[in-house]
Ligand binder design. Structure first.
Ligand code: NAD
Length: 354
């Protein structure tokens, strides 16, 4: 089924309002999810709505919750997301960091206990929009582990993402590296499973810890594990996400004493820097553009796939999907309908948005 982005925003917004959000909150979160679909990240798009609704029912997600500044020490800030919508609490935190960074040139903040933050690139883009560089380390907790350590057979932590965003001058889109530390985000396995597709080799292990291409291994009991990207190096970055986002924020790492049946919670460590405090901005931007052009000019091994820089594939997806619509597979659509019904909407309420 194909949807126009604005229709999907309306539909998801209706579900979130029925789940207890104000119109403004529902619209913000719905947009965040649909932009993830537009950017090609169906793993973090509207397919998350059933999980959000489950977490609303279970109390892991609390609509109408604002971020709380718990502690302030110079340019170091400690925030608590209190299980509010990740887009809301992290967005409020980013607004405060951007404001403060204009004064000090450098701000470091931790955010603990936010509900699912979704596409982390959104927060990097906020900083970039203000001409600032940002780094984000995120860990996931509150639910079962999904990713095996390098060399291990079973899942011990989650898809812990990292984002680094650098602004560019004028109308140019920022350079945004935004990635899970697993070879693929879990949601991409869910999307393949829902669509009845096999996975590429090297992405998952089955329940015995052997390589598999079947997405169903991630939905069995016992389940399999995703693999970290880049072998020991991706695993090393995931360890750092657990330490910097999970331990340093106070939100917790994924270790046996941390509850696993709460919902999808995220902690994040964020560093925001004003580049003009380090270097002449004109030189910085000239140097960056020269490097990006140089890298992109490498002759492609496959002419159909020219070299892209981080953030570019998302813009290409957006061009196509804004024009052609966003595909929602039947299983995801069915799960969204069930979620909507569980918050009191009728099927015809939703069909009206199609
Ligand atoms: P991905 O593998 O599609 O992309 C990762 C990075 O590589 C992006 O910066 C992208 O611009 C770049 N890229 C993609 N194709 C490229 C190419 N051909 N050449 C050069 N660069 C290229 O992303 P992913 O790892 O599957 O992550 C998907 C999303 O999931 C991200 O938005 C991430 O923040 C989100 N995520 C969130 C959580 C959470 O708990 N909130 C957990 C995991 C992932």
């Amino acid at each position: 089924m194909k949807f126009d982005a604005s229709h999907l925003v309306g539909l998801v917004g209706a579900i979130l309002r029925a789940g207890g959000s104000t119109a403004a909150e529902a619209d913000l979160v719905a947009n965040h999810l649909v932009v993830a679909n537009l950017f090609g990240h169906d793993s973090h798009g509207v397919g998350m709505v059933p999980t959000y609704v489950t977490d609303l029912h279970g109390g892991a997600l609390r609509p109408g919750t604002a971020v709380k500044l718990d502690k302030e020490d110079g340019s170091i800030l400690v925030f608590d997301g209190a299980r509010g919508y990740g887009r809301v609490v992290a967005g409020e935190m980013m607004a405060q960091l951007i404001e403060r960074c204009r004064g000090s040139g450098l701000v470091l903040a931790s955010l603990r206990n936010a509900h699912h933050l979704g596409r982390i690139g959104a927060f990097g883009e906020m900083a970039a929009e203000a001409g600032l560089i940002s780094l984000h380390f995120v860990n996931v907790h509150g639910h079962h582990a999904l990713v095996a350590p390098f060399g291990g057979r079973d899942a011990r932590f989650s898809t812990d993402p990292i984002c680094i965003a650098v602004p560019r001058q004028g109308e140019r889109a920022p350079v945004v590296l935004d990635m899970a530390t697993s070879r693929v985000a879990f949601g991409k396995v869910r999307v393949a499973h829902n669509a009845g597709r096999r996975l590429a080799p090297g992405l998952v292990l089955d329940k015995a810890g052997e390589p598999s291409e079947d997405p169903a291994v991630m939905f069995g009991d016992p389940r399999g594990a995703l693999l970290p990207f880049g072998e020991h190096k991706g695993f090393g970055l995931a360890v750092m996400c657990e330490l910097l986002a999970g331990a340093l924020s106070g939100g917790g790492t994924m270790q046996p004493e941390t509850p696993r049946d709460v919902g999808v919670l995220n902690n994040m460590l964020t560093l925001v820097v004003e580049p003009g405090r380090l270097i002449d901005l004109d030189w910085f931007h000239r140097e960056m553009e020269a490097f990006l052009a140089h890298a992109k000019a490498s002759p492609p091994r496959d002419p159909a796939h020219p070299v892209l820089v981080p953030g570019e594939s998302e813009r290409l997806f957006r061009e196509t999907r804004a024009r052609d619509g966003i595909e929602v597979d039947d299983m995801t659509w069915g799960e969204m309908l069930a979620a909507a019904e569980s918050v009191g909407l009728t099927r015809s309420d939703l069909e009206a948005h199609k």
